[in-house]
Design a protein around this ligand. Structure first.
Ligand SMILES: CC(C)(COP(=O)(O)OP(=O)(O)OC[C@H]1O[C@@H](n2cnc3c(N)ncnc32)[C@H](O)[C@@H]1OP(=O)(O)O)[C@@H](O)C(=O)NCCC(=O)NCCS
Length: 194
Protein backbone atom coordinates (compact mmCIF):
# COMPACT_ATOMS: atom_id res chain seq x y z
CA UNK A 1 0.00 0.00 0.00
CA UNK A 2 1.34 3.48 -0.83
CA UNK A 3 1.79 6.01 1.98
CA UNK A 4 -1.17 8.14 0.86
CA UNK A 5 -3.44 5.09 0.64
CA UNK A 6 -2.16 4.07 4.07
CA UNK A 7 -3.00 7.51 5.44
CA UNK A 8 -6.50 7.45 3.98
CA UNK A 9 -7.11 3.96 5.28
CA UNK A 10 -5.96 5.03 8.73
CA UNK A 11 -8.31 8.03 8.76
CA UNK A 12 -11.17 5.82 7.70
CA UNK A 13 -10.26 3.34 10.42
CA UNK A 14 -10.14 6.10 13.02
CA UNK A 15 -13.66 7.12 11.98
CA UNK A 16 -15.14 3.63 12.03
CA UNK A 17 -14.73 2.90 15.74
CA UNK A 18 -14.16 -0.35 17.56
CA UNK A 19 -12.32 -3.42 16.40
CA UNK A 20 -12.02 -5.74 19.37
CA UNK A 21 -12.42 -9.09 17.67
CA UNK A 22 -10.74 -9.98 14.45
CA UNK A 23 -10.44 -12.95 12.18
CA UNK A 24 -7.34 -12.80 10.06
CA UNK A 25 -7.09 -15.04 7.03
CA UNK A 26 -3.92 -15.46 5.07
CA UNK A 27 -1.83 -18.05 3.33
CA UNK A 28 0.81 -20.04 5.10
CA UNK A 29 4.21 -19.86 3.52
CA UNK A 30 4.29 -23.59 3.00
CA UNK A 31 1.73 -24.97 0.57
CA UNK A 32 -0.51 -26.20 3.35
CA UNK A 33 -3.48 -24.00 2.43
CA UNK A 34 -5.01 -21.01 4.12
CA UNK A 35 -5.10 -20.68 7.90
CA UNK A 36 -7.21 -18.31 9.95
CA UNK A 37 -6.47 -16.98 13.40
CA UNK A 38 -8.73 -15.03 15.71
CA UNK A 39 -7.33 -12.17 17.76
CA UNK A 40 -9.20 -11.20 20.93
CA UNK A 41 -8.48 -9.36 24.18
CA UNK A 42 -6.67 -11.49 26.75
CA UNK A 43 -9.30 -12.91 29.11
CA UNK A 44 -8.59 -15.93 31.26
CA UNK A 45 -5.77 -15.76 33.77
CA UNK A 46 -4.63 -19.20 32.61
CA UNK A 47 -4.06 -17.65 29.18
CA UNK A 48 -1.99 -14.86 30.74
CA UNK A 49 0.14 -17.44 32.49
CA UNK A 50 0.64 -19.41 29.28
CA UNK A 51 1.67 -16.23 27.42
CA UNK A 52 4.03 -15.25 30.26
CA UNK A 53 5.70 -18.67 30.06
CA UNK A 54 6.05 -18.28 26.30
CA UNK A 55 7.62 -14.86 26.72
CA UNK A 56 9.96 -15.69 29.59
CA UNK A 57 11.21 -18.77 27.73
CA UNK A 58 12.03 -16.92 24.47
CA UNK A 59 14.64 -14.59 23.10
CA UNK A 60 14.97 -11.64 23.27
CA UNK A 61 13.49 -11.70 26.76
CA UNK A 62 15.96 -14.30 28.08
CA UNK A 63 18.90 -12.03 27.24
CA UNK A 64 16.96 -9.01 28.50
CA UNK A 65 16.40 -10.77 31.82
CA UNK A 66 12.62 -10.55 31.69
CA UNK A 67 11.42 -13.52 33.70
CA UNK A 68 8.02 -15.11 34.19
CA UNK A 69 6.72 -12.84 36.98
CA UNK A 70 7.66 -9.64 35.16
CA UNK A 71 6.16 -10.97 31.93
CA UNK A 72 2.95 -11.88 33.74
CA UNK A 73 2.77 -8.41 35.31
CA UNK A 74 3.06 -6.82 31.85
CA UNK A 75 0.29 -9.05 30.46
CA UNK A 76 -2.01 -8.35 33.43
CA UNK A 77 -1.29 -4.60 33.61
CA UNK A 78 -4.66 -2.80 33.25
CA UNK A 79 -2.83 0.24 31.83
CA UNK A 80 -1.86 -1.85 28.79
CA UNK A 81 -3.91 -3.85 26.30
CA UNK A 82 -3.12 -7.50 25.64
CA UNK A 83 -4.54 -9.48 22.72
CA UNK A 84 -4.22 -13.20 22.09
CA UNK A 85 -4.12 -14.95 18.71
CA UNK A 86 -5.70 -18.38 18.46
CA UNK A 87 -5.64 -21.03 15.78
CA UNK A 88 -8.73 -22.98 16.71
CA UNK A 89 -8.49 -23.27 20.50
CA UNK A 90 -4.70 -23.10 20.60
CA UNK A 91 -2.92 -19.89 21.59
CA UNK A 92 -0.30 -19.21 18.92
CA UNK A 93 0.83 -15.74 19.98
CA UNK A 94 -0.01 -12.43 21.57
CA UNK A 95 0.60 -8.71 21.40
CA UNK A 96 0.74 -6.12 24.20
CA UNK A 97 0.34 -2.41 23.48
CA UNK A 98 0.06 0.84 25.35
CA UNK A 99 -2.06 3.88 24.53
CA UNK A 100 -0.62 6.03 27.34
CA UNK A 101 2.67 7.68 28.18
CA UNK A 102 5.23 9.53 26.09
CA UNK A 103 4.79 7.29 23.03
CA UNK A 104 1.05 6.81 22.56
CA UNK A 105 0.55 3.75 20.40
CA UNK A 106 3.49 1.71 21.59
CA UNK A 107 3.61 -1.99 20.74
CA UNK A 108 5.43 -3.35 23.75
CA UNK A 109 5.54 -7.04 22.98
CA UNK A 110 4.82 -9.32 20.04
CA UNK A 111 5.37 -13.01 20.50
CA UNK A 112 4.53 -16.09 18.45
CA UNK A 113 5.03 -19.62 19.78
CA UNK A 114 8.23 -21.10 18.29
CA UNK A 115 6.40 -23.93 16.48
CA UNK A 116 4.14 -21.38 14.74
CA UNK A 117 6.75 -18.80 13.72
CA UNK A 118 7.25 -17.94 10.07
CA UNK A 119 3.58 -18.53 9.14
CA UNK A 120 2.44 -14.89 9.06
CA UNK A 121 0.96 -14.82 12.56
CA UNK A 122 3.42 -12.19 13.83
CA UNK A 123 2.61 -9.94 10.86
CA UNK A 124 -1.11 -10.42 11.57
CA UNK A 125 -0.65 -9.48 15.24
CA UNK A 126 1.27 -6.33 14.30
CA UNK A 127 -1.41 -5.47 11.72
CA UNK A 128 -4.11 -5.91 14.35
CA UNK A 129 -2.23 -3.63 16.78
CA UNK A 130 -1.81 -1.00 14.05
CA UNK A 131 -5.57 -1.00 13.34
CA UNK A 132 -6.31 -0.54 17.02
CA UNK A 133 -3.72 2.26 17.49
CA UNK A 134 -4.67 4.14 14.32
CA UNK A 135 -8.21 4.54 15.61
CA UNK A 136 -6.76 7.02 18.11
CA UNK A 137 -3.31 8.09 16.99
CA UNK A 138 -1.37 8.23 13.70
CA UNK A 139 1.87 6.76 15.08
CA UNK A 140 2.81 3.23 15.94
CA UNK A 141 6.03 2.84 17.92
CA UNK A 142 7.96 -0.25 18.94
CA UNK A 143 11.44 -1.19 20.12
CA UNK A 144 13.54 -4.07 18.89
CA UNK A 145 16.73 -5.28 20.52
CA UNK A 146 19.92 -4.77 18.51
CA UNK A 147 20.56 -8.53 18.54
CA UNK A 148 17.08 -9.40 17.19
CA UNK A 149 17.82 -9.12 13.48
CA UNK A 150 14.90 -11.34 12.42
CA UNK A 151 12.28 -9.19 14.13
CA UNK A 152 13.89 -5.99 12.88
CA UNK A 153 13.79 -7.30 9.31
CA UNK A 154 10.11 -8.11 9.72
CA UNK A 155 9.28 -4.64 11.07
CA UNK A 156 11.19 -2.95 8.25
CA UNK A 157 9.26 -5.06 5.76
CA UNK A 158 6.02 -3.96 7.43
CA UNK A 159 6.96 -0.29 6.97
CA UNK A 160 8.67 0.61 10.26
CA UNK A 161 11.62 3.00 10.17
CA UNK A 162 14.36 3.50 12.76
CA UNK A 163 13.93 6.77 14.66
CA UNK A 164 16.39 6.30 17.47
CA UNK A 165 18.67 4.06 19.44
CA UNK A 166 18.60 3.65 23.21
CA UNK A 167 22.04 2.44 24.28
CA UNK A 168 22.36 0.21 27.34
CA UNK A 169 18.64 0.71 27.86
CA UNK A 170 17.42 -2.61 29.31
CA UNK A 171 20.71 -4.41 29.79
CA UNK A 172 24.29 -3.21 29.53
CA UNK A 173 25.91 -3.84 26.17
CA UNK A 174 22.70 -3.92 24.14
CA UNK A 175 20.61 -1.20 22.53
CA UNK A 176 16.91 -0.99 21.93
CA UNK A 177 16.16 0.35 18.46
CA UNK A 178 13.10 2.63 18.47
CA UNK A 179 11.02 2.29 15.29
CA UNK A 180 7.95 4.14 14.05
CA UNK A 181 5.28 3.68 11.40
CA UNK A 182 3.31 6.83 10.84
CA UNK A 183 0.16 7.85 8.98
CA UNK A 184 1.03 11.55 9.38
CA UNK A 185 1.63 14.29 11.94
CA UNK A 186 -0.32 14.53 15.20
CA UNK A 187 -1.58 17.95 14.30
CA UNK A 188 -3.89 18.13 11.26
CA UNK A 189 -6.43 20.60 9.88
CA UNK A 190 -9.00 18.74 12.01
CA UNK A 191 -7.10 19.21 15.25
CA UNK A 192 -4.56 17.29 17.28
CA UNK A 193 -4.95 13.48 17.27
CA UNK A 194 -3.35 12.90 20.66
C1 LIG B 1 9.23 -11.85 15.70
C2 LIG B 1 7.96 -12.68 15.63
C3 LIG B 1 6.88 -12.03 16.48
C4 LIG B 1 7.49 -12.76 14.19
O1 LIG B 1 6.37 -13.59 14.13
P1 LIG B 1 6.26 -14.66 12.94
O2 LIG B 1 4.90 -15.22 12.99
O3 LIG B 1 7.39 -15.60 13.05
O4 LIG B 1 6.46 -13.68 11.70
P2 LIG B 1 5.88 -13.77 10.23
O5 LIG B 1 5.66 -15.21 9.85
O6 LIG B 1 4.74 -12.86 10.12
O7 LIG B 1 7.09 -13.17 9.41
C5 LIG B 1 8.30 -13.91 9.33
C6 LIG B 1 9.45 -13.01 9.69
O8 LIG B 1 9.56 -12.86 11.10
C7 LIG B 1 10.94 -12.83 11.46
N1 LIG B 1 11.18 -14.00 12.30
C8 LIG B 1 10.87 -15.28 12.07
N2 LIG B 1 11.24 -16.06 13.10
C9 LIG B 1 11.80 -15.24 14.00
C10 LIG B 1 12.39 -15.45 15.28
N3 LIG B 1 12.47 -16.65 15.85
N4 LIG B 1 12.83 -14.38 15.95
C11 LIG B 1 12.75 -13.15 15.40
N5 LIG B 1 12.22 -12.91 14.17
C12 LIG B 1 11.76 -13.95 13.50
C13 LIG B 1 11.73 -12.89 10.18
O9 LIG B 1 11.97 -11.56 9.72
C14 LIG B 1 10.78 -13.57 9.22
O10 LIG B 1 10.99 -13.20 7.91
P3 LIG B 1 12.03 -14.05 7.04
O11 LIG B 1 11.48 -15.42 7.02
O12 LIG B 1 12.00 -13.35 5.73
O13 LIG B 1 13.34 -13.97 7.72
C15 LIG B 1 8.19 -14.15 16.13
O14 LIG B 1 9.13 -14.76 15.31
C16 LIG B 1 8.62 -14.24 17.56
O15 LIG B 1 7.78 -14.30 18.45
N6 LIG B 1 9.95 -14.25 17.79
C17 LIG B 1 10.46 -14.38 19.13
C18 LIG B 1 10.11 -13.16 19.97
C19 LIG B 1 10.48 -11.85 19.30
O16 LIG B 1 11.56 -11.68 18.77
N7 LIG B 1 9.52 -10.91 19.37
C20 LIG B 1 9.73 -9.57 18.86
C21 LIG B 1 10.28 -8.71 19.94
S1 LIG B 1 10.57 -7.04 19.34
Amino acid sequence: MEASDDRQAGRARRRTGKLRVSTVAFHRRAVTGPAAITIRPLGEDADARLCARLMAGSEPWITLGRGYEESLAILRDPARESYVARLGAEIVGFVVLSMAGAFVGYIQTVCVAPEHQGRGFGSALVGFAEERIWRESPNVFLCVSDFNGGARRLYERLGYRVVGELNDYIVAGHSEILMRKSLGPLSTDRGVAS
